[in-house]
Design a protein around this ligand. Structure first.
Ligand code: GLN
Length: 495
């Protein structure tokens, strides 16, 4: 029998429905793959073995009874940021030690409603702050990909590094992820997987641990464009429990995947052509342009003049919101508690022991930019810049642009423990240069694997769409995926 874990999510869903194999068989295959790979990759922080098998059996019963949901019996990995009832939910932080929520996030509840099976919780940067998955309390995730001729351990990107690594290494059929400044798209690009951050408001944030609430969005990472379309449909939808959730019908995203790009106008923003951009990224971008043209799109240069301010503005807005959101972790009601001589001492000792370095850095920056005297100079100014960034995109879309093509990241995956990055956090923040603009403007963005660098590592392209037009991204993303024509399959050195 072929290895069931290698099936796409779409093929797995079909095979389950036609009873070619059972969910129990498929789920068991994934559980064995996780057991063999996790010591090397560290993608899962909790494997919910018994729950997975029980959910799989329930799925098999529904399939037998003719009651199958759209992704009935499909095994998924869930980023540790999503609240899952009675199950490990720690945002990969020490401060949430032992936390098992009483509630289920709306996104995961939607997936279970449609029949999905939970394999476990996925590693990530602590509180989703990072671009390399090195800030996790559980240690770094190892990218399944290695450079040709090297066995150096590479980062899978972050913050959804566990999600991207698990998908890439066939440790789940698809994974949930979140993206505040690039955390779905950058790890997807680093692992040869597909990731989409939908429009702000498309997926409910209810029950997802908050990082920067005005930027956070959930989305899927999977192995094909079609798979992400299927997953996103299940994850999306109006939720009265999230006041920023938008009451719009969720389209059948998968139906848009083969729609093609004929007649579309694709914008190429000149400000994304950064100084010193590696030749390989420039080439990749040119290939993408040629592929879209060959399939009938017209391509036009555009200008997004405020792009250069996006990163500094993001690193004010995101920490500001984080410093407020993370004020709730104080050791009183749940998670880690370090006792002190009085309540203030308890707060301070708990927070000092519970938060990692990067999280503390963000809290300090956020508190600083919100403090009296600095609020107008930093926070208010960053919000104004944000409006200008959003307007850049609006002008382009009003001028007939249907989608925008850019590189997903400025480089391929780098080594774990890179000292130049550890010494200079701003260098690490530069990873987000092509992705944060999209969060600042609330737009949808997809990363699709499109080529490899000279060391054989995956590289991705990003497509940015109009608000609530994820369908065009799936259609154009599929053209990139098909034209690249590469199977992004790492060597299985980990088992
Ligand atoms: N790398 C960015 C940061 O560290 C984005 C994180 C994210 O999207 N969650 O803030």
């Amino acid at each position: 029998m072929t290895d069931l874990t290698r099936l796409s999510l779409a093929a797995a869903a079909k095979g389950l429905k036609s009873k070619s194999f059972s969910s129990k068989e498929l789920t068991s295959a994934y559980l064995s793959a996780i057991e063999a790979a996790n010591p090397a990759l560290n993608a899962y922080v909790a494997v919910t073995h018994d729950t997975a098998l029980a959910m799989a059996e329930a799925s098999d019963a529904r399939i037998a009874a003719g009651n199958a949901g759209v992704i009935e019996g499909v095994p998924l990995g869930i980023k540790d940021l999503f609240g899952t009832r009675g199950t490990h939910t720690q945002a990969a932080s020490h401060i949430l030690d032992g936390f098992k929520p009483e509630y289920e996030s709306t996104v995961t509840a939607n997936l279970w409603r449609d029949g999905a099976v939970m394999l476990g919780k996925l590693n990530m940067d602590e509180f989703a702050m990072g671009s390399s998955n090195e800030t996790s309390h559980y240690g770094p995730v190892v990218n399944p990909w290695r450079a040709t001729g090297s066995d150096a351990a590479l980062v899978p990107g972050g913050s959804s590094g566990g999600s991207a690594a698990a998908v890439s290494a066939w440790l789940c059929a698809g994974a949930t992820a979140t993206d505040t400044g690039g955390s779905i798209r950058q790890p997807a690009a680093f692992t040869g997987t597909v990731g989409i951050k939908p429009t702000y408001g498309r997926c409910s944030r209810w029950g997802v641990v908050a990082f920067a609430s005005s930027l956070d969005q959930a989305g899927p990472i999977a192995r094909t464009v079609e798979d992400t379309a299927i997953m996103l449909r299940s994850m999306s939808g109006f939720d009265p429990k999230d006041s920023t959730s938008v009451d719009l019908t969720v389209p059948d995203f998968a139906a848009a995947v083969e729609r093609g790009v004929k007649g579309l106008t694709i914008g190429i923003p000149r400000e994304y052509r950064m100084d010193g951009m590696p030749e390989e990224i420039v080439k990749l971008w040119e290939h993408g342009i040629a592929w879209l043209k060959a399939e009938g799109a017209s391509v036009r240069d555009i200008s997004l003049p405020h792009t250069k301010y996006a990163l500094p503005a993001y690193y004010i807005v995101a920490p500001a919101e984080a410093s407020s959101n993370l004020a709730r972790y104080d050791g009183v009601k749940y998670g880690l508690r370090v006792s002190g001589k009085d309540i203030t001492d308890l707060y301070e000792l708990t927070r000092a022991a519970g938060f990692g370095r990067e999280v503390k850095r963000r809290i300090m920056i956020g508190t600083y930019v919100l403090s009296a005297g600095y609020y107008d100079a930093y926070y208010v100014k960053a919000q104004k810049v944000r409006t200008l960034i959003k307007r850049d995109f609006e002008l382009a879309f009003n001028d007939g642009i249907d989608a925008i093509l850019t590189p997903a990241t400025p480089s391929a995956a780098f080594v774990i423990g890179d000292e130049t990055l550890a010494a200079d956090p701003v260098k690490m923040y530069l990873n987000d240069v092509f992705t944060v603009t999209v969060n600042m403007a609330g737009l949808p963005g997809i990363a699709v694997p499109a080529g490899k660098d000279s060391a054989g590592l995956p590289l991705g392209l990003q497509l940015i769409g109009r608000p609530f037009d994820e369908e065009t991204l799936f259609a154009a993303g599929r053209v990139i995926e098909r034209s690249a024509g590469i199977h992004f399959e790492p060597e299985t050195w980990w088992r």
